[in-house]
Design a protein around this ligand. Structure first.
Ligand SMILES: *Cc1c(COP(=O)(O)O)cnc(C)c1O
Length: 396
């Protein structure tokens, strides 16, 4: 590491709160699927800012759309309409199969809104204030208090208790565990169709179908957190479309803004008509003109560049190459995931391996101590997958 990078890292450690064990690089710019640090070293990026930069770095159409909007109007209050947010909402509504959109600034905030909508829906039915939510073990929904309350990782929750209360945990792909947590107070079931942080675990279709039927029967709202697995990652714009099991409320973020902080919670008309109304929820920045312009352009480019078709084409190749790698190395227990959201499960901690890869110019990230997560830009090509496998193989 050069002197300049070392100096920046020291300054960062002196000024920033120590909530991350950061990798020792200072990133400067990106181009396509490559990133460059401030000393000019090039990295192949299989993280995409954690499933954010779907379109790749320095996409000129996307950048131009943002620059144009900056020169026009960056922000205005949600008490007024703005064209970029209207265009984005229209596109998102059509593409997601949902009917109503509320823009937020992040995934966690989208989850907060989803939880509030579900509680309000139940409150309007019976006026009770003790409704319960069923969430999944090993889930991840964000770090704010509501989102954290439904996050199935006790280590993340415990220091900050008490949580929002009346949350019960069940196990993904174990329908009986969900059924056993249902009471006459249950207002929502929250789950990720593909658990990300929790270890790249796809829901099984029969499990989702059974939960859907249960929710229909008991008028419980089904909430899908598509913050990580949505926006094309599974080869469908949203994972529910791949499964054919539609939620009542859905959240999105990460690749929705492709770098501009942006999230959304969406719902069906039925929930929209019977939950949050004027005065119930709000945000200063959420869905401002810059964020709207970002989402609008991202959704336009997904279509124009045939991103979903591309993911469906390259994802099986990534799976195949990872499977081959797993077969060659005893330390790899299994590969799992869906689309361009894959994990390699090792029999040992992966932090050393990730650091060796970084030194060789490959950016990877973990999901839990023993899993390497692969969430590259969705524009990744087979040659990049070959390059990644080559470096990873050397590191192994
Ligand atoms: C990242 C993530 C969140 C939280 O999003 P932030 O934008 O970091 O608040 C929520 N749910 C899932 C599934 C995520 O992967």
């Amino acid at each position: 590491m050069g002197e300049r990078m070392k100096a920046y890292i020291e300054e960062a450690e002196a000024a920033l709160l120590h909530t991350y064990n950061r990798y020792q690089i200072v990133l400067d710019r990106g181009d396509g699927v490559y990133l460059y640090d401030i000393e000019g070293k090039k990295y192949l990026d299989f993280v995409a800012g954690i499933a954010v930069f779907a379109l790749g770095y320095n996409n000129s159409e996307y950048n131009d759309a943002l620059k144009g909007q900056i020169d026009k109007l960056l922000h205005t209050s949600n008490y007024y309409y703005n064209v970029p947010a209207i265009e984005a909402a229209k596109k998102l509504k059509a593409a997601s199969g949902m009917d109503r959109v509320f823009f937020t600034n992040s995934g966690a905030e989208a989850m907060e809104g989803a939880i509030k909508a579900a509680r309000k829906y139940a409150y309007l039915k019976d006026g009770a204030k003790d409704h319960e939510i069923i969430a999944m073990e090993h889930s991840f929904h964000g770090r704010t208090m509501g989102a954290l309350s439904v996050t199935g990782n006790p280590k993340y929750r415990e220091p900050f208790e008490p949580m929002i209360g009346n949350i019960r945990f069940a196990r993904l792909n174990d329908f009986d565990s969900v059924l056993s947590q249902v009471t006459d107070r249950t207002c929502a079931v929250i789950l990720e169709p593909v658990q990300g942080e929790g270890g790249l675990i796809p829901a099984r279709e029969d499990f989702l179908r059974k939960v859907r039927a249960l929710c229909d029967e008991r008028d419980i709202l089904l909430i899908f957190d598509e913050v990580q697995c949505g926006m094309g990652r599974t080869g469908y714009l949203f994972a529910w479309q791949r499964y054919g099991v539609k939620p009542d409320i859905m959240t999105a973020a990460k690749a929705l803004g492709c770098g501009v902080p942006l999230g959304a919670f969406l719902m069906t008309e039925r929930v929209g008509q019977h939950s949050l109304t004027a005065g119930d929820h709000g945000t200063t920045y959420g869905g401002n003109p810059l964020a709207g312009a970002a989402a609008d352009k991202v959704l336009e480019l997904f279509e124009k560049r045939h991103i979903l078709e591309h993911v469906r084409e390259v994802a099986p190749y990534l799976e195949m190459r990872l499977d081959e790698l797993a077969a060659r190395h005893d330390s790899i227990v299994e590969r799992r995931g869906l689309g361009l959201m894959q994990g390699l499960v090792f029999d040992r901690p992966v932090s050393d391996l990730i650091e060796r890869a970084l030194n060789k110019g490959l950016i990877l990230i973990n999901a839990g101590a023993e899993i390497i997560r692969f969430v590259p830009p969705l524009i990744i090509e087979k040659e990049h997958i070959d390059e990644m496998i080559g470096i990873l193989e050397e590191c192994l």
